[in-house]
Design a protein. Structure first.
Length: 101
């Protein structure tokens, strides 16, 4: 009987698991305190280039919001977002609502 090669499947499973773990770590770090992606990069060891797509996915799910815009304490770039995943720190909407009729 011929053995099947499960190497590719196992590799794909590990890759997916790695991304889920990274997303969980990034989510937890943004929950702890509002911060820039570069700050999360230094604290978690996950590269900022990997954090960007994670933030994009979290934004599409409504699980992260920009807390403020300011200067990055690491790169000194003047206009960067400080992100948070803590719903209590999400900015309040100033969008007017119409009464239901």
């Amino acid at each position: 009987m011929k053995k099947h090669d499960h190497t590719a499947f196992t590799s794909e499973q590990n890759k997916g698991k790695k991304y889920r773990i990274q997303e969980q770590r990034v989510f937890a770090e943004f929950y702890r305190t509002p911060q820039t992606m570069m700050q999360v990069d230094l604290k978690t060891g996950i590269m900022r280039s990997s954090i960007c797509p994670i933030v994009d996915r979290l934004r599409k799910r409504g699980a992260i919001a920009s807390y403020s815009i300011g200067t990055c304490p690491i790169t000194k770039h003047p206009k960067v977002n400080r992100w948070t995943t803590d719903p209590d720190k999400f900015p309040k909407s100033n969008q007017l609502t119409l009464p239901l009729q």
